[in-house]
Design a protein around this ligand. Structure first.
Ligand code: HEC
Ligand code: HEC
Length: 339
């Protein structure tokens, strides 16, 4: 009896040891497999992310993206003007005039909606619009892809990065990857916020910041991008001609005259202002936020309530000027040379 008891205990110990050993081997295998899986992938992923950005940058500067090889994205989004074009309305192929003012592309990485209609949700989707627009690059996507695929440099880079021939998703993903690198958050205001050091600002700038809060500008021009990416009617017109804002895409009458809140970063560099480029000075822009005497349909309550003195207006302008950050001009200088 005792010998059979001790032999069964012995067997049990052997069994537990074997199970333990097997589990150990499995755990070790799982760990090494994971690490061998992620180790070689990391640097490759990193390289291809960088190459995608570079491909996007080259495409952004390439006039071959338009029907007659005259217009590139950079034609309307010039780095030296904070990625705008300095015109009231942009013009595309054959000098055709569009119906809107080109917005900055700085900090589009934070965007949750794009275009003045606030309808497009991703940069990838957005890129398709100017390419096919009659007044911008005016080329059918199918024709453009055939054209770009026949350029050996683009097609080879597409194969190396995306593991496929150049196609529409290669184009839109690369353009989006490049645009997500256009970051500009190095203004005097950013330094003030980061350090909390009010001695960085003079009295007018500090008072301007207080006014910006007091007058509810901050309600729509929200930090950190100075926009909430929503569309509002701020009472610019009592009649909306061809451009009825967000109504164009939703056909909802409550969206009549609503336009997406623009960012105010680098505002000093991006005149003329508003969706139609109708205003050249910051003073006029600010006055027009409070001139809606006739209260056309849908004007936002916060804007209706803005009451300003001339002194407030001056302080607000002083404040807006500390949102300028020119470091991107230096960061992007090699793009300017490529151009
Ligand atoms: C002919 C001038 C022109 C060209 C070329 C052009 N754009 Fe634009 N871009 C505009 C205008 C005007 C708008 C505003 C359109 C609107 O709101 O309906 C705009 C809007 C945008 C926006 C939305 C920004 C925001 O904050 O809402 C992005 C992103 C953009 N363009 C990227 C590009 C890219 C990428 C290309 C090249 C494939 C390009 N653009 C080519 C004029 C142009
Ligand atoms: C209800 C939301 C709202 C409030 C409040 C508001 N804005 Fe605006 N702001 C907008 C919208 C929307 C536009 C664009 C209108 C257009 O293009 O038709 C705009 C445009 C601007 C522009 C021009 C930007 C450009 O690139 O064209 C400036 C500057 C500006 N606002 C400053 C201010 C200041 C200063 C205040 C406070 C006195 C203020 N805003 C209050 C929504 C608002």
């Amino acid at each position: 009896m005792p010998s059979s008891k001790s032999s069964s205990r012995f067997l049990l110990i052997i069994l537990i040891t074997v199970i333990g050993l097997i589990s150990f081997v499995f755990i070790v295998l799982a760990i090494t497999r994971n690490s061998t899986r992620s180790e070689p992938l990391d640097p490759v992923a990193k390289n291809s992310a960088q190459e995608k950005i570079e491909l996007g940058r080259d495409l952004f500067f390439d006039t071959r993206l338009s029907k007659d090889n005259t217009i590139a994205c950079v034609s309307c989004h010039n780095p030296q003007l904070a990625f705008t074009d300095g015109k009231a309305l942009s013009s595309g192929v054959e000098g055709r005039l569009g119906f809107r003012n080109a917005p900055t592309l700085l900090n589009v990485i934070d965007g949750t909606s794009f275009m003045f209609d606030a309808e497009i949700k991703t940069l990838e989707e957005q890129a398709i619009v100017p390419i096919q627009d009659h007044a911008e690059m005016d080329i059918a996507m199918g024709d453009l892809i055939r054209k770009l695929r026949s350029i050996p440099d683009y097609n080879e880079r597409s194969k190396a990065i995306f593991n496929k021939e150049f196609d529409a998703s290669v184009l839109t993903k690369s353009l989006a990857a490049f645009q997500r690198t256009l970051i500009s958050k190095n203004s005097l205001f950013d330094k003030f916020i980061a350090t909390g050091d009010s001695s960085l600002l003079n009295e007018s700038q500090l008072n301007g910041w207080s006014k910006f809060n007091e007058l509810q500008c901050i309600g729509c021009h929200k930090l950190p991008s100075f926009t909430d990416y929503q569309a509002y009617n701020i009472g610019l017109c009592s009649e909306y001609g061809k451009d009825q804002g967000r109504f164009r895409v939703t056909h909802d009458t409550t969206d009549m005259g609503k336009f997406k809140t623009p960012t105010l970063r680098n505002i000093e560099l991006t005149a003329p202002y508003f969706h139609n480029g109708s205003v050249n000075s910051l003073a006029q822009v600010i006055q027009q936020h409070s001139w809606n005497y006739e209260f056309p349909l849908n004007v936002d309550k916060r804007v209706r309530n803005i009451k300003m003195t001339l002194e407030d207006e001056k302080l607000l302008i002083e404040f807006l000027k500390i949102l300028t950050d020119t470091t991107f001009l230096i960061n992007d200088s090699d793009s300017i040379v490529n151009q």
